[in-house]
Design a protein around this ligand. Structure first.
Ligand SMILES: NC(=O)C1=CN([C@@H]2O[C@H](COP(=O)(O)OP(=O)(O)OC[C@H]3O[C@@H](n4cnc5c(N)ncnc54)[C@H](OP(=O)(O)O)[C@@H]3O)[C@@H](O)[C@H]2O)C=CC1
Ligand SMILES: O=C(O)C(=O)Cc1ccc(O)cc1
Length: 428
């Protein structure tokens, strides 16, 4: 066990995650040194003046010279250039890691720019900065490390009370392509479709109540965050491109079956997909979500009678998992709260007696929402292409245009969304 008074933890990048790390690690008793860009030095110093165990330094060179465990908590897109800048200043024998959401570019940057006498142990908290880390998955990647360095990082990060998962960078990226990138692609596409039809979903009967509330609240939650987090974890992850492409293909193919009124083919395909995704013991478990709980989190006035929906986004998710031979339950080790809810509503659709058959009938017989489904299909393909091209600027433009559209509802959506997440997880 390392002695706390002999170890200094360095943090480069004091954005939302960096600040959360600095506050929690210092509160556990470790000395923390941290920096952001030199232009933010004075402001950060002021902000952390109430925190004697956090010392703000001018730049990453200073943090690197003094830190025993240095965490890069910067934009994923910039990891190579930032490690190239400060990496060579790293203290001899130190341990270095990153908090970016995609590990291939981060670990490549470390290998390329860090001195050979420095160990590499990365991490990834699978939740946003405002979520209590207790019990949430925290990935630790012992990439190039002595047992002492592995132990030191375990000891430092234990203050989060998270569920530690030790896997390789490659395993991490493979799993998070599903738990994060594809999940986000589905919600990004919903927002894009609603925006394209100039429609606030909470003003439309079809999108109020039950699992519709989860879709709307999570969509708003994603668009209320920073574009670079979602762009980075999708564009830089090679598996994400493949998986998002399959999601878009599943959406397109299922929509074509709906348009053609091919109920038998649709049913056969969906039920076959469900049998590969939901294992017998999963099917036997009780429903994780209930109507009574979900109905409480509407942003609009609930209609007298619930409108039917064909749930194209959810059917396509199960089809996509099946096509890629993914069992989403195996990915719980790298699940975010958002993914668990997404899996929860998907499972609800497939397990609630009678619901799947009702949905399949709606899909072929009810034409009233074809315009929404058409836009959703376009959107899923457009996000997939945007990620495949790897163009950060066009990702940003698309994201921020839609963000602007929904902006007025973010404060309320964040409040209701947080409450929804808390209540649902308690009830689970
Ligand atoms: N937000 C989330 O929910 C989660 C994010 N992550 C990952 O953590 C990382 C940080 O995310 P988050 O905190 O949300 O993002 P932020 O944008 O809030 O933080 C990144 C910070 O790094 C700063 N930075 C950029 N260049 C430098 C530099 N040369 N030296 C020092 N600081 C620099 C940025 O400044 P500037 O803004 O001026 O560029 C910014 O303040 C990302 O890689 C993200 O993918 C992981 C888990 C959850
Ligand atoms: O839960 C989600 O998917 C989020 O949106 C928050 C988030 C974003 C990036 C991460 O690397 C981890 C968590």
């Amino acid at each position: 066990m390392a002695r706390m008074d002999e170890i200094t933890v360095g943090i480069i990048g004091m954005g939302e995650m960096g600040k959360m790390y600095a506050r929690r690690i210092s509160a556990a008793g470790w000395k923390v040194i941290a920096c952001d860009r030199p232009s933010k030095y004075a402001e950060l110093k002021q902000e952390f003046s109430d925190c004697p165990k956090v010392q703000i330094l001018l730049d990453g060179h200073r943090v690197s010279r003094l830190g025993d465990y240095i965490i890069y908590s910067v934009e994923a897109e910039a990891i190579d250039s930032i490690v190239a800048l400060y990496g060579p200043s790293t203290k001899q024998g130190a341990v270095v890691g990153g908090q970016t959401s995609c590990k291939a570019p981060e670990l490549a940057a470390f290998e390329k720019h860090l001195p050979e006498d420095v160990d590499i142990v990365s991490c990834h908290s699978l939740h946003g900065p405002k979520v209590d880390p207790k019990g949430q998955p925290l990935v630790q990647i012992n990439h190039r490390a002595s047992p002492r360095s592995v132990g030191l990082v375990r000891q430092i990060l234990s203050c989060f009370g998270s569920k530690r998962v030790e896997i390789s960078g490659e395993e991490h990226d493979h799993i998070t392509a599903d738990t994060q990138a594809v999940t986000h692609a589905a919600f990004l596409s919903m927002g894009t479709a609603w925006c394209a039809n100039d429609q606030f979903p909470w003003e439309t009967d079809r999108y109020i109540g039950g699992i519709e509330n989860v879709k709307v609240n999570l969509m708003l939650r994603i668009y209320s965050n920073k574009w670079h987090v979602y762009a980075g974890l999708a564009i830089l992850n090679p598996w994400a491109k493949i998986q998002i492409k399959q999601y878009a293909a599943s959406v397109t193919e299922l929509f074509k079956l709906m348009l053609g009124g091919e109920r038998d083919k649709l049913e056969k395909r969906i039920k076959a997909a469900a049998s590969t995704v939901f294992t017998p013991q999963e099917r036997e478990e009780r429903l994780l979500l209930s109507d009574e709980v979900l109905d409480r989190f509407s942003l609009g006035k609930p209609p007298k009678e619930k409108k039917r929906n064909n749930h194209l986004a959810l059917l396509a998710m199960v089809d996509c998992w099946s096509e890629l031979q993914i069992v989403p339950y195996d990915h719980m080790i790298c699940s975010t709260p958002l993914f668990r809810l997404w899996l929860g509503v998907t499972q609800y659709l497939f397990r609630k007696p009678g619901l799947l058959d009702e949905v399949l009938t709606t899909a072929v017989e009810d034409h009233s929402f074809r315009r929404d489904d058409l836009e959703f299909t376009f959107a899923a393909r457009a996000w997939s292409e945007c990620v495949s091209f790897g163009d950060f600027q066009s990702y940003r433009d698309r994201f921020e245009r839609i963000q602007e559209y929904f902006k007025p509802r973010f404060p309320e959506a964040t409040r209701v969304g947080n409450e929804m997440i808390n209540v649902i997880f308690e009830s689970m």
